[in-house]
Design a protein around this ligand. Structure first.
Ligand code: ADP
Length: 452
């Protein structure tokens, strides 16, 4: 039941009640036995006959019968006879060929070739005339067959009514719940593209769902503005921190360039410089990401020989990896031209390689390869380092996520891969990772090749 949609649940609910109602109606109809139908026919016959007596009068030497006597009310045929049984006035059913004796106040049940009849006679003393017989005839067969027709009609129509209510109910519920679908779609779209400017926009309506959608839109407006303020704050703070860090770095350079600086102070200033460099890197990553969030980070793509650029970056990084005795080898298909922003491509690749160095084992290897596949430039950075556990893999792209902060190399804030992912996607590409703990990781990025 939990898996059914609300509209299906509601449809099932009122279809169930409708079926219940139909079953009750049919049960009542079926429980009306033949006996009851026949008893009611007899009662009608008696009642009509008794009522008809007032319609018969004897005036000025002739009978005066009210027109009601001929009306066939309740399907009862009335006729008037003399004391000797001679027919005077009234109506006899078509095909009625029986001539039973009069039996005063008794209902007789008689059958002819086609039908069964109830016959009811009353003797009546008519003022001024004398004794007459009034006879009432009613068809038992007609009463039974009209009941059967009603029953058959009910058996066909009531279930049809259930189906019709279910269909109309389903359509109505679907229409009523359309706004809920819009709300769900909007939330899904926001989850998909993180675009908080989306709104349900159902307009003003009086029903509760419209009010819910309106409240939801108001909430989104508040979240969006809070989010924008937070982005602006991060962007402002990063921007403001850039100048002091630049000054610190410049001062460190100046102090360290003094040859007479005592060794102890040189170490301390070197440490300050290292930390300031880390800080500068973090600030620049934060600034890039907050600008990206605000949609302000522009790319300046140009057609570049990525094979050469990649080779160059690897050579530069090889100098750093040597400190950790990690060898960088390359397998690069020559002259792969792709339209990219040079600075951002370098930042992305440097990040991947510096991670491979940081999380690589001393004496290990890094393989950087590039090739073309199905119109894409494929870049891979493969290391034989510590690897990443399967449960951490989906999270490594999140900001400030570090698998094990105690083991993270200094200067690693957990922003690097978020930035890498943004850069790849901003170029219309994708990035993925395969890793096994203790064996190493392979980061693979694909960039569409727009070059001829
Ligand atoms: P950090 O600045 O801490 O390196 P990243 O966003 O670059 O942050 O990476 C997030 C986390 O992913 C890192 O803390 C690290 O645990 C893991 N990681 C990234 N690259 C590698 C790699 N090549 N080998 C093992 N773990 C890695």
């Amino acid at each position: 039941m939990k898996r059914l949609s609300l509209k299906l649940k509601l449809t099932l609910l009122y279809s169930f009640f409708m079926t219940l109602l139909t079953c009750a109606a049919l049960a009542i109809l079926f429980s009306l036995s033949n006996k009851e139908i026949l008893a009611s026919t007899q009662n009608t016959l008696k009642k009509q006959l008794h009522e008809s007596l007032k319609d018969i009068e004897w005036e000025d030497g002739s009978f005066d019968l009210d027109s009601d006597f001929y009306n066939l009310d309740g399907g009862v045929y009335l006729s008037l006879y003399t004391e000797n049984g001679d027919f005077l006035f009234g109506r006899i059913p078509y095909g009625f060929s029986l001539h039973p004796d009069f039996s005063d106040g008794q209902i007789q049940t008689l059958s002819d070739a086609e039908k069964q009849w109830y016959i009811y006679d009353l003797s009546y003393r008519l003022n001024g005339y004398g004794l007459v017989f009034v006879r009432g005839i009613s068809s038992v067969t007609d009463a039974e067959s009209s009941f059967r027709i009603t029953l058959r009609f009910a058996v066909i129509v009531l279930p049809l009514l259930v189906v019709l209510t279910a269909v109309i109910g389903y359509l109505f519920t679907r229409r009523t719940l359309r706004p809920v679908r819009r709300i769900t779609e909007t939330v899904r779209q926001i989850q998909g593209d993180q675009d908080l400017s989306r709104r349900v926009e159902l307009g003003k309506g009086k029903d509760e769902i419209y009010q819910l959608a309106d409240t939801f839109d108001q909430l989104l407006t508040k979240i969006e503005s809070a989010f924008q303020r937070e982005q602006q704050f991060t962007s402002d703070v990063s921007h403001e921190l850039r100048t002091p860090v630049t000054v610190i770095l410049a001062q460190c350079d100046a102090i360290l360039s003094d040859a007479s600086l005592p060794a102890e102070q040189r170490v301390s200033i070197g440490l300050i410089q290292k930390k300031a460099q880390n800080m500068a890197q973090m600030i620049s990553q934060l600034l890039l990401l907050s600008r990206a969030d605000q949609g302000r980070q522009q790319l300046q793509p140009e057609l570049l020989n990525l094979s050469e650029l990649t080779e160059m970056v690897c050579e530069e990084q090889a100098m750093l990896s040597e400190e950790k005795k990690i060898a960088i080898t390359t397998q690069i298909e020559p002259d792969l031209f792709v339209k990219v922003d040079e600075t951002f491509y370098i930042r992305m690749l440097v990040n991947l390689i510096s991670n491979a160095i940081s999380y690589g084992k001393a004496g290990g290897h890094i393989l950087v390869s590039c090739y073309e596949q199905s119109g894409f430039f494929v870049g891979q950075v493969e290391d034989d380092g510590i690897g990443i556990a399967a449960e951490d893999l989906p999270h490594i792209w999140e900001r400030f996520y570090r698998v094990d902060s105690s083991r993270s190399a200094s200067g690693h804030s957990g922003l690097g891969l978020s930035m890498v992912k943004w850069i790849v996607e901003a170029h219309g590409g994708t990035i993925s990772v395969k890793s096994s703990p203790g064996e190493g990781s392979i980061f693979t990025f694909l960039l569409p090749m727009k070059a001829e």
